[in-house]
Design a binder for this molecule. Structure first.
Ligand SMILES: Cc1cc2nc3c(=O)[nH]c(=O)nc-3n(C[C@H](O)[C@H](O)[C@H](O)COP(=O)(O)OP(=O)(O)OC[C@H]3O[C@@H](n4cnc5c(N)ncnc54)[C@H](O)[C@@H]3O)c2cc1C
Length: 596
């Protein structure tokens, strides 16, 4: 049976020590999150994840969701677990107090979500998508829509979905055909087919609010003619109670590789009543609010599976006896040594451990920037935070999911053949992790977003602000001798990232394929540099603790060793990424279609 223990000490280190969240205590949101409250929330979230959600993970995988006569049933135990989640007030954690939320920082929200997702990724998607729908309505809905629908989403009584994909239209949303016909009362009739809709139909909540992209009759073709609509599963009566069933139904459930506990639906809209959200033909803007948030949420799914798989692989490596250490027996009383003695097994485990801790820091740091971009009263801080959030969102989404998946595979490798056997649970982590690289914009698209849009935005302001922040840190780090290996690695990675950025500026305009050919390398170059930066910040915090009279010294010593592993063995990858970027598009584009 797989295990999961929420890494509470790690979260406390990040929030209280490395990022010193209490420095923002005067700001809205942070005000309500003093240290003891944060700690109590983390403890309760850990309990929910470890005791309620994790035990359902394999059940969800084996049973999956079922569709009978248009009714979708979630796996055994999911309904009760969802009720526990709602009764605990968890869906309200970071939502606006005006609609019943607790208004806490999203930096805490992503930590909660990581725990939930590590424990049970498929389950976590039900409340996760609701939060995306909440954000779209909060930012783009009318006052009336907000008043009517948000409290129910915030309490978790109702859930939400996002409906972009159609059979012929995934990445290229300009192709979408779902149509919206205006009605005399101001509503619209929505007709079309959406596929792959996560949490599209289920038995967890009384109502489901579908946020649907559709084209109003007569609107321009392509991306410029798309609008966003709210289509409730049940329409509401005058008094706000549930009324007639709307014209949306689940036509089929996808039979898929992983996340079996989440209902991935074909949704048929047959003249369903929908309400415009935001302006006509500006649906993509509204949807992006939802997608940006969802992208951080998907990035954390990659991390969450990496963490869960790592924890199990460590336990296994300590128990499994095979072979002897290259330097002589370490468990002479046993017939063989535990496989943890083997450097190659350690390589696999440490790749995951060093990544998980660094990636978690990047996720929390990025979410914190998102919080500051709203909460700060300092315009310069808000601008920096907003720029970082925009720049790093595709990096978090794609770097964390590509690496998270690779780590899940390596954790499976630690189990040898037993990793391939379903009951041990590693295969599920691999299968579940795989989707995160695909949905919410496939990772290749995230890389294009980074190179094509995020780098160029405001004349490159965000990327230069990132360099400046790193330089400021390096100037300070130069005075701390024990930080030297971190500073050296960060400085080298930063140099490679700057060189790659300049190379794009010089070579992508004349031939855009040069940008496309190097975009994924650039995204990972950025990811490794950003994680190296996070490790440098964490190392500084750990050294400060060790220089003082900190208890728990072994935690900080291990932290430094883990950081060293990352900066010495992983950070040098930036040089390879740079080399590949500089080769440009020629080796890719030299082939004719018939040569494949
Ligand atoms: C389990 C699951 C759950 C999902 N949940 C939802 C959901 O809740 N709501 C929703 O709306 N959708 C959902 N999706 C759909 C998902 O977001 C899409 O599958 C994804 O966006 C990719 O679209 P596609 O599958 O049509 O691939 P395509 O767009 O056909 O892309 C195929 C490949 O080509 C690449 N590619 C495409 N265009 C370009 C380009 N211009 N440049 C470079 N490369 C390109 C892509 O990166 C990809 O690797 C889900 C999918 C799955 C499998």
């Amino acid at each position: 049976m797989p295990v999961y223990k929420a890494p509470l000490r790690e979260y406390r280190f990040l929030l209280h020590e490395a990022f010193n969240m209490s420095q923002y205590a005067a700001l809205p949101g942070f005000r309500d999150a003093p240290l003891d409250v944060v700690d109590a929330i983390l403890d309760e979230a850990a309990k929910l994840s470890e005791e309620v959600l994790q035990p359902l993970n394999q059940i969800g995988d084996r049973e999956g969701c079922k569709l009978e006569n248009g009714v979708v049933t979630t796996p055994r135990g999911f309904r009760e677990a969802y009720r526990t989640l709602v009764e605990g007030g968890w869906p309200a954690l970071v939502a606006d107090p005006a609609f019943g939320g607790q208004g806490l920082p999203n930096a805490l929200g992503v930590i909660f979500n990581e725990m939930v997702s590590s424990a049970n990724m498929a389950f976590g998607m039900y409340p996760g998508l609701s939060h995306g729908a909440y954000s779209a309505l909060l930012h783009h809905g009318t006052e009336e829509q907000k008043k009517t629908y948000l409290p129910k989403l915030v309490s978790g009584e109702w859930t939400g979905t996002m409906n972009l994909t159609e059979p012929h239209c995934g990445t290229d949303l300009g192709l979408l055909r779902t149509k919206a016909v205006p009605q005399a009362d101001g509503s619209y009739k929505i007709t079309g087919t959406k596929i792959f809709i996560s949490a599209g139909e289920h038995d967890l909540a009384d109502n489901i609010l579908h946020l649907v992209l559709a084209r109003i009759e007569g609107a321009p073709q392509g991306i410029k003619g798309i609008s966003l609509f709210l289509v409730p599963k049940f329409l509401l009566k005058e008094d706000g109670s549930l009324g007639a069933r709307n014209g949306v139904s689940c036509g089929a459930l996808e039979n898929k590789m992983g996340i079996h506990g989440n209902a991935t639906c074909v949704l048929n809209y047959d003249e369903a009543t929908g309400f415009l959200v935001g302006e006509e033909n500006k649906g993509m803007r509204a949807m992006f609010t939802m997608m940006n948030e969802a992208r951080l949420g998907v990035g954390l799914q990659g991390l969450s599976q990496s963490e869960a798989a790592y924890q199990n692989a460590v336990a296994y490596a300590k128990e499994r006896l095979q072979g002897r250490s290259l330097t002589g027996p370490k468990a002479a009383d046993k017939p063989a040594d535990p496989i943890l003695v083997h450097p190659d097994v350690r390589r696999m485990l440490l790749n995951a451990k060093a990544f998980n801790e660094g990636a978690r820091a990047l996720l929390v740091w990025t979410a914190l920037q998102g919080d500051l971009s709203h909460a700060s009263d300092d315009a310069a801080m808000r601008e920096f935070a907003d720029d970082m959030m925009a720049l790093l969102t595709p990096v978090v989404k794609a770097h964390l999911t590509d690496r998270g998946f690779a780590n899940a595979v390596e954790a499976q490798q630690v189990y040898g053949g037993h990793g391939y056997i379903e009951e041990n649970g590693l295969a599920q982590f691999v299968r579940d992790a795989r989707i995160a690289m695909i949905y919410e914009g496939a990772n290749g698209i995230q890389a294009l977003d980074l190179v094509g849009r995020k780098l160029a935005a405001n004349g490159g302001r965000a990327v230069f602000a990132f360099f400046k922040r790193v330089d400021d840190f390096l100037a300070e780090a130069g005075k701390i001798e024990k930080l030297a290996p971190f500073a050296a690695a960060l400085s080298a990675a930063r140099k490679d990232l700057e060189a790659a950025t300049m190379w794009f500026m010089e070579n992508a305009l004349q031939n855009p394929d040069n940008a496309g050919a190097g975009s994924t390398d650039y995204l990972h170059l950025f990811g490794v540099t950003a994680v190296t930066f996070m490790w440098s910040l964490m190392a500084k915090a750990a050294l400060e603790k060790l220089d003082g009279a900190a208890e728990d010294r072994s935690f900080y010593e291990t932290k430094l060793k883990t950081g060293l592993y990352y900066v010495e063995r992983v950070a040098p990858e930036t040089a390879l990424y740079l080399e590949r970027i500089r080769i440009g598009a020629a080796p890719l584009m030299a082939f004719g279609a018939d040569e494949f």
